[in-house]
Design a protein around this ligand. Sequence first.
Ligand code: BES
Ligand code: MG
Ligand code: ZN
Length: 358
Amino acid sequence: MLKMTSRNVTAFFYFSQEGEAWQKGVSYAEGQNLARYLMEAPANYMTPTRFAQIFEEKLEKLGGNVKVFTRSKQWIEEQQMGAFLSVAKGSDEPPVLLEIHYTGSPDPKDPPLVFVGKGVTFDSGGISIKPSSGMDAMRADMGGAATVSSAILTAATLKLPINLIGLAPLCENMPSGGANKPGDVVKAKNGKTIQVDNTDAEGRLLLADALCYAHNFNARAIVNAATLTGAMDVALGSAATGVFTNSSWLWTHLQEASAVTGDRVWRMPLFEHYSKQVTDSALADLNNVGKYSRSGGACTAAAFLKEFVTVPHWAHLDIAGVMSNKDEVPYLRKGMAGRPTRTLIEFVDRLSKDRNPT
Ligand code: BES
Ligand code: MG
Ligand code: ZN
């Protein structure tokens, strides 16, 4: 048997630490790969129902401190999520709101970090239909749901000491006879009315209702991720996820997490300037597109979401620019990228070690 001299005890110690770091890296990578798989899968296979089923199966293996609720269309109606439902009604595929609870903190009553992810399993644009060229990429418009749900699955696998809730409103955006029409007015869960001038700005409608619901959980912070705007891709390309946040505390954690993983974030503005452009509607409280259409498109979308947030620690991650990879990121092949799943996991790890600022 090996005699434990002080030298080889030190070597063993370092080896086991390295082993742990390696294993952690593998878990993070598995999380991102799951998000890549979900995003890449064809939309006729990766429906809202299938997406929810996959997480149900994976999470129920983890045991008692993980709970999954696959909320039905009827439940969504009872919750009066009129904005979410208005998008879903353009499709024959039923909507689902996937709700995941992971209780990893020693105190089950610790306020949770709530993640919300846009889950449009196919975005045709609806009646404001998109050009046909490249439309197939819109099977990945559930990238927000995929990255946040995969991050929670990984956090639960790693048994991180934190309480997490994941909310993923899942549906298709299609142009049927039941679809939203430009100029329609819908009502969100919090009673705010929205004029839907462009049916292709559907992500913010789903998220509006999911963000309202997120306020029911005494959240320590709410973080949402969404492939929300083409304008985000115009602004930053695939260099970084755009982060719009009212909390410098959250920003610092996200930024430091991204420095560890290399999957970067970049802070974007939430000026009143943009809010004015979405609160100026002829028919309703809000308009789902900015007054000057394309100008500052990622920022007006973020300003729209902010209308549904009352908590002091909220961040919106626009991941449209990092949705797919050509050859910019050498360790990812061409295809859907699953970004920034690893940054989200690292962020959760950091939050599990920090208390909220007072
Ligand atoms: N899912 C798209 C945004 C998108 C575009 C993601 C390209 C990834 C790549 C979103 O629903 C959308 O269509 N947004 C519109 C908003 C506009 C109508 C105000 C857009 O970006 O054109
Ligand atoms: Mg759209
Ligand atoms: Zn979309």
